[in-house]
Every structure is written in structure tokens, then in C-alpha cells.
Design a protein around this ligand. Structure first.
Ligand SMILES: [Zn+2]
Length: 156
């Protein structure tokens, strides 16, 4: 019970944080057409926010090639001041973003995530209704499915 309460409190705080930052991203990305620029902006903003020391952005390629193109990378200098506060917790943290389609798609995805935050369904898998893993949401804040469902979907 107490654990649940704490979880809810943490989650609320995190969602406030997310709401603020996702809204900022949409504002920032609005009007951007170049996915490389969008990826770089996103990564440079998102990495410090989640205390990631490394980040990679891939662009999903079309069905024919089914590969991923590395779009942008980020590596912190390791001398970040907030590293000292929570070194053990953040040491190995990295972000991997996969961007699909184009900037408009991404903005729409972020908008949808904001909608789910408003509706109170954020972080819930839209397929199986189970909570989406925290690590997944950190890497992909606008994820709509848990990793298992996403894999099922990709397998077709
Ligand atoms: Zn699921």
C-alpha cells in the first residue's frame, strides 16, 4: 500500500516533468522539416534530461531495406556536475531513439503522448494495457506499446 502510494507520487512527479518537457519538444520541433536536425535537437535536449551519458538516434529505413541509419550520436563528457549526485544510478544510462518516417510523424507522436498524459493513460501499453517499462519510456517517452507488444507487432 505504501509502496503503491510512493509509486503514484513518483509517477505524478515524473509525468509533470514529462508534460513540461514534451510540450517544450513539440514547440521546439514545430516547423522543422529535416529529420537529422530534429534528431540532433531531440537528443541533445533529451540526453541531459534523463542524465544519459550516451545517446544514439537511428532512423528506421523503409520496408525494403529494413535497416536503420544512424542519424545522430551524443556522448557526455563525463564531467557533468550532476554526475556526482547520482553516479551509480546514471553511469550506464544511454538513450536510443528510433525515429520513423519524418518530423511531422514525431511531432504527432509527442502530441499523442501529451494527450495520454492528460487522459491519465500515459505509460500504459495500448495493446495489452500493462504498464510500459520505465527504461523504455525513458528511451522513447512517446512509446504507445510495451516492448513485448512492439516486438510482436514488428514480427507481424
Ligand atoms: Zn503490451
Amino acid at each position: 500500500m505504501i509502496d503503491n502510494l510512493r509509486l503514484t507520487t513518483d509517477r505524478n512527479t515524473e509525468q509533470d516533468w514529462l508534460k513540461t518537457n514534451l510540450a517544450r519538444f513539440t514547440g521546439m520541433l514545430q516547423g522543422q522539416r529535416d529529420l537529422t536536425t530534429v534528431g540532433r535537437m531531440l537528443l541533445s535536449e533529451l540526453a541531459p534530461l534523463v542524465n544519459a551519458q550516451q545517446g544514439v538516434i537511428y532512423q528506421m529505413e523503409t520496408e525494403e531495406s529494413a535497416g536503420m541509419v544512424m542519424l545522430s550520436t551524443f556522448a557526455g563528457d563525463g564531467n557533468d556536475s550532476h554526475l556526482a549526485d547520482s553516479a551509480s544510478e546514471t553511469l550506464d544510462r544511454s538513450i536510443e531513439l528510433s525515429l520513423e518516417d519524418n518530423a511531422d510523424h514525431l511531432i504527432a507522436a509527442i502530441d499523442a503522448a501529451l494527450g495520454r498524459l492528460e487522459a491519465g493513460t500515459y505509460g500504459q501499453c495500448e495493446r495489452c494495457s500493462q504498464p510500459i517499462a520505465e527504461e523504455r519510456l525513458e528511451a522513447l517517452p512517446w512509446a504507445t506499446k510495451c516492448i513485448e507488444c512492439k516486438r510482436l507487432e514488428e514480427r507481424g
